[in-house]
Design a protein around this ligand. Structure first.
Ligand code: ADP
Ligand code: 5SP
Length: 493
């Protein structure tokens, strides 16, 4: 597809540790990338670690909602200072860490519609949130609420049959239920509940943005087959919830034109469209242009594995989400909370905080680790540092292969593993991934696949109404790069 090169499309990703942006031109070439790291770029403001606050109970994990607003102010200023020309942006989309929720205070809709372009968003939205510390996906404090939700709908499998997943502590239903139970005043002061993704879209739209089907599938609230909120799930969560969520929307929806705030303050064109934002994993599926038979592995703060599927069979392990680029398909996802943060902990304990030494340990130890394997909660004292490092990484990837196979995934000739996320820049880690799956591993040039996917989705949404498919829209994008092949003896080991 050839379009004017002076058109451009933006994809933002509000992820756990940072806000990132990628701009592509009409020929799908990346022309700009930028980011704001929450801990280091906004230190005095939020004092987060890895973008979050872990509370005293060790279970409650939140992020300050004002930090995300401030990060948007900052990234747009950084783009402006880098000479980025906002006047050529035809459409914007984005993604957010999944499951996290934002609670807009009564009356804020009007403030969103009347943002003063002479002031930054952070100061304009000071008094706009009923809950200042947004629960995020790392939270695991809602066991009771999960048990209640499952029993209200007839059990774990029944809940999965409706929403695509059994009850998970980090999913939004149990987080909303907890806020309603422990902070009823704040719940009552809330006029709208957004996901991180739809919250970010609301800022650009200057109005509340609908939750899209794909990220909405990560709430334990939406019927993934009818694509409507499930009445039994709403009822088991909190009162008056349907009115606070409003109807979900297709992930390819054009939500409207960008708020005049951004037109006046940054020079966006008045007709620039805001396309529904989605979850970061659905965004990555779009960015990696996943095909059936491929398996995508995102090595971000969390590790996630995802697959494109056409015949969803919800189970009590793993999740089924609506597909972000094809309304008639689905995606399967398995999320591991012990991803990069666990690798960082072992790097600090066993290789002096250096990724280089961590990688050397992987290169210097044999596939299969002479039988030593890493699994959480099974401590031994005798591992050498090198063996410990390989045991961790092989253990993490073996778990992914076993779980994917349980969901029906089969490694077939021609299978590709597509890797993305921060740790996908590490060849030694990718070699272990390749050996464990006995398949070649590919990466895309831009590690930020969720951002890239959102820029692709922004572009596609402008033509989706004419029946053009996502695959056709992105056909000309740069191909994935072969990073590593499996060792010939990997299958036997
Ligand atoms: N060279 C490297 N080797 C292994 N891991 C790395 C390397 N560089 C960065 N990482 C990991 O990438 C993680 C961030 O991944 P990223 O996908 O950017 O995060 P997010 O989840 O915020 O989107 C960091 O926590 C870090 O551990
Ligand atoms: O909870 C999940 C998926 O179910 C996480 O994958 C979050 O979506 C956060 O993503 P990252 O910040 O690790 O990319």
């Amino acid at each position: 597809m050839t379009t004017l090169t002076n058109s451009c499309y933006l994809g933002f990703d509000f992820s756990t540790q940072q806000l990132k942006v990628v701009a592509i031109d009409g020929n799908l070439q990346v022309i700009h990338q930028n980011n704001v790291q929450f801990d280091s770029d906004l230190p005095a403001f939020s004092r987060t670690q890895g973008g979050v606050h872990v509370h005293g109970d060790g279970l409650t994990v939140t992020s300050p909602v004002h930090m995300w607003v401030k990060a948007l102010d900052l990234i747009l200023e950084k783009m402006k200072n880098a000479g980025f020309d906002f006047s050529c942006v035809k459409a914007i989309s984005g993604s957010g860490q999944q499951h996290g929720s934002v609670y807009w205070k009564n009356g804020t809709r009007t403030s969103l519609q009347l943002l003063d372009p002479d002031r930054d968003l952070h100061s304009l939205l000071q008094d706009s949130f009923a809950v200042l510390d947004s629960p995020v996906w790392m939270d695991s404090s809602t066991v009771k609420q999960c048990q209640y939700l499952e029993s209200a709908v007839g059990g774990a499998q029944q809940l999965a049959d409706i929403t695509g997943s059994r009850a998970y502590e980090r999913f939004t239903s149990s987080q909303i239920a907890k806020i309603h139970q422990l902070q009823p005043n704040k719940y009552n002061e809330t006029e709208r509940i957004s996901l991180v993704s739809s919250f970010a879209a609301s800022l650009f739209l200057g109005d509340y943005a609908a939750i899209d089907y794909s990220d909405g599938s990560g709430m334990n609230l939406m019927d993934i087959f009818t694509k409507q909120w499930s009445l039994p799930c709403l009822k088991a969560t909190a009162p008056m919830l349907a009115a606070k969520l409003c109807d979900p929307t297709p992930s390819t929806a054009l939500l409207g034109s960008i708020s005049s705030y951004f037109v006046k303050r940054f020079g966006f064109p008045e007709h620039c469209k805001v396309v529904a934002f989605t979850g970061d994993n659905p965004g990555s599926l779009a960015g990696m242009r996943l095909q059936e038979g491929d398996i995508a592995v995102s090595l971000g703060t969390s590790d996630t594995v995802f697959l494109w599927i056409t015949e969803p069979r919800p189970a009590v392990e793993g999740h089924i989400f609506c597909n972000p680029v094809d309304c008639s398909s689905y995606m399967a996802l398995i999320c591991y909370k012990n991803g990069s943060l666990t690798r960082e902990r072992i790097r600090n304990e066993c290789s002096g905080g250096s990724w280089e030494s961590f990688s050397s340990a992987l290169w210097s130890t044999p596939m299969g680790n002479n039988g030593s394997i890493g699994a959480l909660h099974h401590g031994v004292d005798a591992f050498t540092r090198e063996v410990e490092i390989r045991a961790l990484v092989e253990g993490q990837f073996l778990a992914k292969r076993v779980h994917a196979q349980k969901l029906g995934y089969r490694i077939i000739p021609g299978t590709k593993v597509l890797a993305t996320g921060g740790a996908s820049s590490n060849k030694a880690i990718l070699q272990v991934l390749s050996d464990v799956f006995n398949a070649p591993v590919y990466t895309i040039d831009v590690a930020n696949s969720a951002c890239l996917g959102s820029a692709f989705r922004a572009m596609h949404a402008l033509v989706a109404g004419k029946g053009v498919s996502f695959t056709d829209t992105v056909r000309g994008a740069a191909a994935a790069q072969l990073a590593v092949r499996p060792n010939p003896s990997a299958e036997e080991v």
